[in-house]
Design a protein around this ligand. Sequence first.
Ligand SMILES: Cc1cc2nc3c(=O)[nH]c(=O)nc-3n(C[C@H](O)[C@H](O)[C@H](O)COP(=O)(O)OP(=O)(O)OC[C@H]3O[C@@H](n4cnc5c(N)ncnc54)[C@H](O)[C@@H]3O)c2cc1C
Length: 320
Amino acid sequence: MPTLVFLEDHEGELVKGSLGVLSKAAQLGGDVAAVVVGSEVKQLAAEAGRFGASTVYVADDPALAAPLPQPRVDVLAGLVRAHGFDTVLFGASVLSADVAAGLAARLGAGLNWDLVDLELRDGRLVGRRPALQDSVYVDVGWKGEPRLALVRSGTFEPAESGGDATLEDVTVELEDFSAQAVMLERAHAESEGPSIEDADVIVAGGRGLGEPDKFALLEDLASALGGAVAATRAVVDAGWYPYASQVGQTGKTVAPKLYVACGISGAIQHKVGMQASGTIVAINKDPNAPIFEYSDLAVVGDVHEIVPKLTELVRERKGS
Ligand SMILES: Cc1cc2nc3c(=O)[nH]c(=O)nc-3n(C[C@H](O)[C@H](O)[C@H](O)COP(=O)(O)OP(=O)(O)OC[C@H]3O[C@@H](n4cnc5c(N)ncnc54)[C@H](O)[C@@H]3O)c2cc1C
């Protein structure tokens, strides 16, 4: 099963989700290659060997500097055609989802989306996908090759398996239409600390905070814990916190080691985005809040009193 894994990079680092997918592919066995596409990304490519790639293809060209999907589709389609990869795997992100969809259209290939597991059954690749608001899992397969799969973010942890990869430069030849889109501007919210996809600790806030300014309490706690701040859709829709931090059915799926839910009722649409967290701590003044049904630790009380005390305690413990 010659497999190609698309490795995404962001601000000089390979994205954790795509390294997790590479590690999983390596565990499944077979010949696993990876591809890094961008400008000045060669030094990143070498890292992929540690996560199980035997070969890393490097498409390094100034024309690939902007994170646009079509030029990446050109590179991946060329590799699949030249080397006969029968499987191409992606870790979910906005860019990877576009590249995977574009590659499926370009190659006439089947793409299974939102997978939370991959296994080999009698030598055949089988994906696992949540359905009906994550209440059941279904096994999915592919009718033909190449098989394309997009894995839900936070599903696989990167695991170093040692080893050096052979680096191979790819000659970048872009289709005319791929160069039509140009990136005029990139804007990103300034934030310190890890993103919610990468964080080991997430402090999440909901309507129980009462007003947008109270997110500062969560930012203090997250900073003391070295984590990131997330939000429910209710507060994102109200404009209290950016959409990039929304967890749930129409937001991101996260799986940190610790998830601290503050003033969040625990609606099913929120639960599906965070239920895979290692330990869930919920603070809610309503002892019957649904979130307590799936929390490891339930704290009944007012977030405005508890969160600052918790931050203070964490700081004291850490001596900072
Ligand atoms: C199609 C669809 C998709 C959706 N997608 C998402 C999604 O991706 N993510 C998501 O989060 N939601 C999503 N929702 C919305 C979801 O159904 C809930 O409405 C939302 O999660 C509720 O947000 P909340 O917990 O912040 O607010 P609420 O449900 O209003 O809960 C607030 C909680 O705060 C507690 N509280 C109040 N004051 C305090 C205090 N001082 N101290 C402690 N606790 C306090 C209350 O007891 C309550 O439990 C979706 C809904 C639909 C229909």
